[in-house]
Design a protein around this ligand. Structure first.
Ligand code: PLP
Length: 294
């Protein structure tokens, strides 16, 4: 994604400066060096982030993203983000977004090695063109995530459920999917249950019920999935968090991968088996997801 604008945020700006948050941001050239080589985000991927969709200058779902940022910070023992400061920074960045779709990324790093303070910044980028994925759909392969469904409880230090900057595994899974001739991956547990895609949530339609894997299974609780469930409930559909066997990816009447910037991409094949795509419903879902949402 081409970066268009960036702000460094000072997350430890003293309380007395915080009444004027704009004092705690610095506009930087997004193409110039800005992060120190000792920053633990660069050295160890030790930090957290959020990606927010922006449509015609409107930032979607700011509060759910900030709540998840705060939750990730808690899981990672990072200082609690100052949410009013982040709201103000998002507003400042959004003012630079033109018409069309863009993406805002919030990054909170543990900071410089041996330093005492976290570092933080925000970027604005043009969103990649997702038209093909939204209409034609994506072909996925299922990939073993390498752990059983009880691991999140047994090993909280794996930080499953936190949106950490350590996405090397997620990116490797997408490369593996491409090597296998697909567009994307769906992680499954070693005992055969659906988790999530490397950068998206999974929602299935089973008759008139829409289901998604329960977030306590060690996945991110998607803001787009939550927003979609609210939309579907308003239309009278049932929605559920469930334990989803991998076979349901093929058996379901329809299946989507959902995320803040690509939005809803119908799944058109699973491990080389074609599956039906509901174009009409997908178009309605994406029209909703593109409308201003708070
Ligand atoms: N799961 C993972 C691993 C992700 O990276 C993302 C997207 O950022 C999601 C799920 C979907 O979350 P959201 O809908 O909030 O973008």
């Amino acid at each position: 994604m081409m970066l268009r604008f960036a702000l460094v945020v000072d997350p430890v700006a003293s309380e007395d400066r915080r009444h004027e948050f704009s004092d705690t941001f610095t506009v930087i050239d997004p193409a110039a060096p800005a992060v120190q080589v000792g920053d633990l985000s660069a050295q160890r991927g030790d930090g957290i982030f959020e990606s927010l969709g922006v449509v015609d200058g409107h930032v979607q779902e700011i509060e759910p993203h900030l709540a998840r940022l705060a939750n990730s910070a808690r899981l990672c023992d990072l200082p609690a983000p100052h949410l009013d400061q982040w709201r103000a920074a998002i507003e400042r960045v959004a003012a630079e977004a033109g018409p069309g779709e863009s993406a805002i990324k919030l990054i909170l790093s543990r900071g410089i090695e041996h330093g005492s303070a976290p570092t933080a910044w925000i970027t604005l980028a043009e969103a990649p063109d997702s038209a093909g994925a939204r209409t034609e759909g994506v072909r996925v392969v299922t990939l073993d995530r390498g752990y059983a469904s009880d691991v999140p409880e047994r090993a909280p230090w794996l930080l499953l459920g936190a949106k950490t900057l350590s996405y090397a595994v997620n990116m490797a899974a997408i490369r593996e999917a491409k090597r296998r001739g697909a567009d994307d991956a769906v992680f499954v547990t070693s005992d055969g249950f659906v988790l999530e895609a490397p950068t998206a949530s999974i929602v299935l339609r089973l008759d008139d019920r829409f289901v998604t894997p329960t977030p306590s299974a060690g996945i991110l609780h998607g803001t787009t999935q939550r927003s979609l469930f609210a939309f579907l409930e308003r239309r009278g559909f049932g929605t559920d968090y469930a334990t989803v066997p991998a076979e349901d990816l093929v058996r379901a009447d329809a299946a989507w991968i959902l995320s803040s910037v690509r939005l809803a991409a119908p799944i058109s094949a699973v491990d080389g088996r074609e599956r039906a795509v509901d174009r009409t419903l997908t178009d309605e879902i994406n029209a909703y997801l593109l409308s201003p949402r708070d």
